[in-house]
Design a protein. Structure first.
Length: 330
C-alpha cells in the first residue's frame, strides 16, 4: 500500500478583502519529494505556504501536512517541520554553535549541532558571533537552524538568495542529500535553474490558481517551441534584425527567439548575417528551459515582476523558524 502523501491540499482558498489570493488550489507532495511552488508577485504562493506552515488561516478547503491540520496541529505538528525563511532575525551576540544548540534543544529528537554546522559549511565559523557573519554565512545559519530539529518536512523559502555560485551549488548538494535521506522539501524560489535542478515536481501559480503542475522535464517536453540564441556584434542594434516567425526577446546584446519553425527562422537569421558580413556570436539551437516555459505560463508582465522582491513576503513578526522554538521561547 503506497504511503500517504506528506502534503495534501484540496480546494484551498484565501481572500484578503476584495483580493482572492488563493483560488481553489489543489496539489499533493509525496514523502521524500522536493516540490517547488513557483509564481510571480501576488500569485498566492506565500499565502499558500504560510497556511501549510500553520501561520495563516484558510477560508476554505482541506489541508493535511504529515497527517495534521496545520491550523490545529499545535506543538506536535511544529516539532516535525522546519522552516527557513528568506529573511530572518538572529540573536546577534550568540555564537553559531550556541544558537544551533539553543534551537536543537527545543525538539525531541534533534540533530547534533556540530554535525549540522559542518553540513551547511560553517565549521570555520563555529565559534564566531552572529554579528560578524556575512550575508551568505547568515543564510547558511538559517539553513542550520531549520535543520536542527531533524524535520520530516522542510519549508525552504528562497534558500540560496545572496549566495555566490559556489555556495549555491553547495546548498543544492545539501538539499539533494536531504532528499536522499527521506526529508520532504517544499521549495519556493525565483531561480528557475534552481527549481529545474532540485525539484521532482513544480507547480506554477498565477493569480491564485495553479496553471501547470508536473516534473520540470515533463513541462519542458510539452513545449513545442525551440529556442535560437545568439549575441549581436558591437554596433548592430536589435531594430536591425530581420522579421522571423518566433517571439524575439532582447536583453542587451543577448537575443533569444522562441519558435515553432526553427529551421526557417535560423535560415532567415543566418542569411541576414551573411548579407551584412557579421557573425552571430554564440549561436545555438536548443530546447526551452524551465524558465522559458515559466515565462510563457505567467506572461511577460508578471515575469518581469517575478524578478523583483515579492511583496507578498511581508510576514508577521515571529521567530525565524516559527516552529517548536517559538513556543518554547514563550
Amino acid at each position: 500500500m503506497p504511503a500517504m502523501p506528506a502534503v495534501i491540499v484540496e480546494g484551498l482558498r484565501k481572500r484578503y478583502g476584495s483580493v482572492q489570493a488563493v483560488d481553489g488550489v489543489s496539489f499533493t507532495v509525496d514523502r521524500g519529494e522536493v516540490f517547488a511552488l513557483l509564481g510571480p508577485n501576488g500569485a498566492g504562493k506565500t499565502t499558500t505556504v504560510e497556511i501549510l506552515e500553520g501561520h495563516r488561516t484558510r477560508d476554505a478547503g482541506e489541508v493535511s501536512v504529515l497527517g495534521f491540520d496545520p491550523a490545529t496541529g499545535g506543538r506536535a505538528y511544529r516539532e516535525r517541520i522546519g522552516i527557513v525563511l528568506q529573511e530572518a532575525g538572529f540573536e546577534e551576540e550568540f555564537s553559531v554553535l550556541e544558537l544551533v544548540r539553543l534551537y536543537a534543544g527545543f525538539y525531541p529528537d534533534p540533530r547534533d549541532p556540530d554535525e549540522v554546522i559542518e553540513q551547511v559549511g560553517l565549521r570555520d565559523k563555529r565559534d564566531a558571533r552572529v554579528r560578524t557573519l556575512s550575508g551568505g554565512q547568515r543564510r547558511r545559519l538559517d539553513l542550520a537552524l531549520g535543520l536542527a530539529g531533524r524535520p520530516e518536512l522542510l519549508f525552504l523559502d528562497e534558500p540560496t538568495t545572496g549566495f555566490d555560485p559556489s555556495a549555491r551549488h553547495h546548498a543544492w548538494e545539501l538539499i539533494d542529500g536531504l532528499r536522499s535521506s527521506g526529508t520532504t522539501i517544499l521549495l519556493t524560489t525565483h531561480y528557475m535553474d534552481e527549481a529545474q535542478h532540485l525539484a521532482d515536481r513544480v507547480a506554477v501559480l498565477r493569480a491564485g490558481r495553479i496553471v501547470a503542475c508536473g516534473a520540470p522535464g515533463t513541462l519542458i517536453a510539452a513545449e513545442r517551441n525551440s529556442v535560437l540564441s545568439f549575441r549581436l556584434p558591437a554596433g548592430v542594434g536589435a531594430a536591425e534584425l530581420p522579421s522571423v516567425s518566433g517571439r524575439v526577446e532582447v536583453r542587451g546584446a543577448a537575443v533569444s527567439v522562441q519558435t515553432a519553425e526553427p529551421a526557417r527562422d535560423l535560415h532567415t537569421l543566418t542569411g541576414w548575417a551573411l548579407e551584412r558580413g557579421i557573425e552571430l556570436v554564440s549561436l545555438s539551437v536548443g530546447r526551452p528551459s524551465l524558465e522559458d516555459v515559466y515565462l510563457d505560463l505567467v506572461g511577460e508582465r508578471e515575469a518581469q515582476e517575478a524578478r523583483e522582491m515579492d511583496p507578498e513576503r511581508t510576514r508577521e513578526q515571529r521567530d525565524p523558524r516559527g516552529t517548536a522554538a517559538r513556543e518554547e521561547a514563550s
